[in-house]
Design a binder for this molecule. Structure first.
Ligand code: GUN
Length: 265
């Protein structure tokens, strides 16, 4: 079980088939640890920040993170070969390839090569298709992407009733715009154009690295929404950083744990 409070993971609890708890030693040895492979290509600052947070979150809850850092110029075939290797690795229950990938790599091709049983992001075309068809996710594992489920979870925890509401999704990416539209439809919302109105619930899923000389790193992360302005009109609004990113990671850990449970039992 993973317990989450407003996007922060407060605890994780694995239970054994016999009802007992795994010892800390067992988890650390990795004999029963769920494993998540986090693959990053190149050095984009925003991607690196995300990947570091994901890896730290794994360490915090006893998920074994398999870190794959590939150089910017890695050929597509080599990245795909790495994905195949991870597909075949029984210690890896979830595979995440951080997006966006560089221009010389066909993103869709790479995502299609991830075993659908290990697709913790829910970006495999089959999983997106299942989501579009409103299929239940139990057998299809991760057809709901971590970020979109994180958004819905944040709305629910902010006691926003989705049913019957008009929803505005600003953005049209395959990572967020498309799946969030599908999930909102599934939650009985209808989607129309337009802008925020007073009282709206705003979830900012943007991540942008902006230069900031006052920081040691030389940059800071901001979202797509002007938070200060949004605060004045929205009923609730998620900040960046500190908003949906945490919930995305919580859902990523949950998907990895679910994948591991299917194998470990
Ligand atoms: N890039 C930005 N957000 C995400 C995400 O949730 N998953 C992956 N794989 N890449 C991303």
């Amino acid at each position: 079980h993973i317990h989450v409070t407003y996007g922060f993971i407060t605890s994780i609890c694995l239970t054994r088939g016999d009802g007992g708890q795994f010892t800390k030693g067992e988890l650390e040895l990795g004999r029963h640890a769920p494993g998540l492979a986090v693959v990053i290509v190149g050095h984009r600052k925003d991607s690196q920040s995300y990947v570091n947070m994901k890896r730290k979150a794994c360490a915090a809850v006893g998920i074994k993170s398999v870190d794959i850092d590939l150089p910017e110029q890695v050929p597509e075939a080599e990245l795909i070969a790495k994905v195949h290797e991870l597909n075949a690795n029984p210690e890896v229950h979830g595979i995440l390839v951080q997006l966006p990938l560089l221009k010389h790599i066909n993103e869709e091709k790479v995502l299609t090569e991830i075993s659908i049983d290990k697709d913790v992001d829910g970006f495999h075309p089959l999983n997106i298709g299942k989501l579009a068809m409103k299929a239940e996710t139990r057998s299809s594992l991760h057809s709901q992407s971590t970020r979109t489920v994180g958004c819905i979870e944040l709305l629910k925890r902010s006691v926003v009733i989705i049913k019957g509401k008009r929803a505005v999704v600003v953005g049209r990416s395959n990572i967020v715009g498309l799946p969030i539209s599908l999930l909102l439809l599934k939650a009985d919302a209808t989607i129309k154009g337009g802008w925020l109105k007073p009282g709206a619930a705003v979830i900012d899923v943007g991540t942008n690295a902006v230069n900031d000389a006052s920081r040691k790193s030389g940059y800071r992360l901001v979202g797509d929404v002007d938070y200060q302005e949004g605060c004045k009109v929205a009923r609730c609004i998620m900040p960046v950083p500190g908003g949906v990113g945490h919930m995305t990671i919580a859902m990523l850990l949950k998907n990895t744990l679910d994948g591991a449970k299917r194998v470990i039992g």
